[in-house]
Design a protein around this ligand. Sequence first.
Ligand code: UDP
Ligand code: MG
Length: 311
Amino acid sequence: MKTLAVIVPCYNEEAVINESYRRTKDVLQALPNQTEIIYINDGSADRTRVLLDAIAEKDPQVKVIHFSRNFGHQPAVTAGINYCKTDLAIIIDADMQDPPELIPGILELQEKEQANVVHCVRKSREGESFFKLFSAKMFYRIMNSMSEVQFPLDTGDFRLIDRKVMMEFDRLKEKGKYIRGLISWIGFKQVPFYYEREARIAGETKYPLSKMFKFASNALLYFSKKPLKLAMSMGFIAVLVGIILAIWFTLGKIYGFTNADSGWTSIIIAVIFFGGVQLITVGVLGQYIGILFDEIKARPEYVIDEKKNFD
Ligand code: UDP
Ligand code: MG
């Protein structure tokens, strides 16, 4: 019988922790497998730490990792995978948007298909704003058109991975991890599991617009060089237009079919437009240089303050 860990990143989740633990535990207890839950407290400023410690105190099958500060959702999941020793692991959110009651079904599918990854695809999403739904839909489609790797659409980090995938994951050296993308990239046998995503049981989203934006731009920059190619294409188009205009106006001067003197407006437009194109291009370059800068420093992705129930 395979051993199973459930990996749960938590940031300021005091409103959901106890309920989340109860529901997950109920599901795990009904399984024949040996199971554990790994909570990663991502530097919460509320009572999350106290609540998790109390759970770990009573239940030795609950492991807790406390970060020294808020490092973010992806580093939290990374730590969960790094410290996981079981045959299978399921990554799940603390807010119960991905219901733990689906775990038996996911395990069954894994067993039946002998899959290395079961990624959970949302058929619908409850209790999310129009903006979140729209931006998420657009994001996954843009990512697929830009990236060299193809990702399953409408799939978050809610998924099962096996030991083989965890071992490959641990070998990845990049610091800015877009986990769902990296797991697709790792390959092996990956199968979809369809489900309806529920609303958060309590509390608020821990992904404000700023974090969402950083997440999306990180994903794009780490998985695609297309923005650089796009910048170069813009440059080529601008040069082409410039050559055509130069020929046109030179001939126009010679044969007298243009009146180039009164060209103030066109000059200003061209100067501003190409100034903008150049700044955007430099900005895109800057984004990649920023990533190189971060990667070359090679700081660890997270710092652990304390671990509970790891022997
Ligand atoms: N989370 C985290 N660190 C962060 C932000 C979020 O560990 O900096 C956790 C959060 O506690 C939750 C999961 O990541 O378990 C997903 O966050 P959330 O539900 O707020 O995102 P949403 O579902 O609104 O996209
Ligand atoms: Mg959520």
